[in-house]
Design a protein around this ligand. Structure first.
Ligand SMILES: C[S@@+](CC[C@H](N)C(=O)[O-])C[C@H]1O[C@@H](n2cnc3c(N)ncnc32)[C@H](O)[C@@H]1O
Length: 335
């Protein structure tokens, strides 16, 4: 049975920005080159713990221990908070790792459009039972909070495409998008991306709301529920769609491919452009600076430039930096 495609409603697109920079460096070193208070929005997914080999020396993700991995990401989080403006948002995309059994670790990656067992074949961390989730997202959440980022919400990215199920659990078909704020007064453009109203909600706007709650709410800090409902219906009539909820159905799609003089470069674990475009629109305004310290094939930068923001990307792999540059030039040349 086919699944109806979910739609996201975007505002009118501004002029594409041409203002971007790419730095081939370790994330912490690259961040140290950036000024304090200079970035309004960060969208990134780091190498996940023991999932992929990006083929560059000094890469994170294949660390000896989970503690070392968390320590490095904490350093990154610290630098990110330094370069972030006081009202900045950070969208941090992460998936957990399973302690390997010598088998697949339950992880499948897409290679040339087909699902294959991850080359890393699952993390192996002594002291943890086989098949245990290593609780990487939870560890990082505690670490990021400890350096001062404010946890706002965990969003579930429902990847929507068929995944092979493991034998003894449902398939791990989502990733987590952790939204962090640099301060309680963070910028948020909640109408920046909408999704179509559900039919049940639409039905409500089509008939007058008659019910009246009789409770006396004066002197309390609560609004009369009837007034709340009336207010929501009035506001719905003025909008094209609903504010986003915390589950985003976005097909992960195919990995980007770029041809360089040395041959083909294919993304590993690149997130979809649509996902980055949603984050850009919710977490920044036209003209702001958007950063990705693990930019890979440059998806965050493409989304930022497409929506009139300035973009900064850092990645340790020269190959990915060059591929990101090609993708960006193609966007700017209108290809
Ligand atoms: C999950 S991928 C990012 C994919 C990216 N979002 C995209 O759309 O293509 C993680 C990236 O981190 C890079 N990387 C690994 N270790 C790094 C480090 N220490 N500093 C900076 N980048 C690193 C890898 O080369 C890889 O491109």
């Amino acid at each position: 049975m086919g699944k109806a495609k979910h739609r996201f409603i975007f505002p009118e697109r501004p002029l594409v920005s041409e203002d971007y920079s790419l730095e081939c460096a370790d994330a912490v070193d690259g961040l140290r080159l950036l000024r304090n208070d200079s970035v309004r929005c960060i969208i990134t997914s780091p190498p996940y713990f023991h999932k992929f080999d990006y083929g560059c020396k000094g890469q994170c993700g294949l660390d000896e221990s989970i503690e070392e991995y968390v320590r490095y990401q904490t350093l990154v989080a610290h630098e990110l908070l330094r370069v972030a403006t006081k009202d900045a948002n950070l969208f941090f995309i992460i998936q957990d790792s399973y302690n390997g059994s010598g088998g697949t670790g339950g992880d499948f990656i897409q290679v040339d459009g087909h699902y294959k067992v991850s080359a890393i074949r699952g993390a192996k961390v002594t002291g943890y039972p086989r098949k245990a989730q290593l609780m990487v997202p939870e560890r990082l959440r505690l670490a990021f909070a400890s350096v001062g980022w404010i946890p706002i919400l965990k969003i579930i990215w429902d990847k929507m495409d068929p995944r092979r199920a493991a034998r003894d659990r449902p398939s791990y078909s989502y990733e987590e998008i952790h939204v962090w704020a640099a301060s309680p007064d963070h910028y948020w453009n909640r109408g920046g991306v909408l999704s179509p109203f559900r039919s049940v909600s639409l039905g409500q706007t089509k008939r007058p709301y008659l019910n009246t709650s009789r409770g006396d709410y004066s002197g309390t800090r609560q609004e009369n529920p009837s007034d709340t409902k009336r207010r929501i219906i009035r506001s719905m009539k003025n909008r094209e769609g609903a504010y986003l909820r915390a589950v985003w159905p976005i097909p992960s799609g195919n990995q980007p491919v770029v041809w360089l003089p040395g041959g083909q470069v294919r993304g590993i674990a690149s997130f979809p452009l649509l996902l980055a475009e949603i984050c850009v629109n919710l977490g920044s305004a036209v003209g702001d600076t958007v950063l990705d310290p693990f930019c890979g094939m440059g998806t965050t930068l493409l989304a930022a430039l497409k929506w009139g923001r300035e973009a900064i990307g850092i990645d340790l792999s020269e190959k990915y930096i060059r591929a990101a540059d090609v993708r960006i030039r193609e966007l700017l040349e209108g290809k």
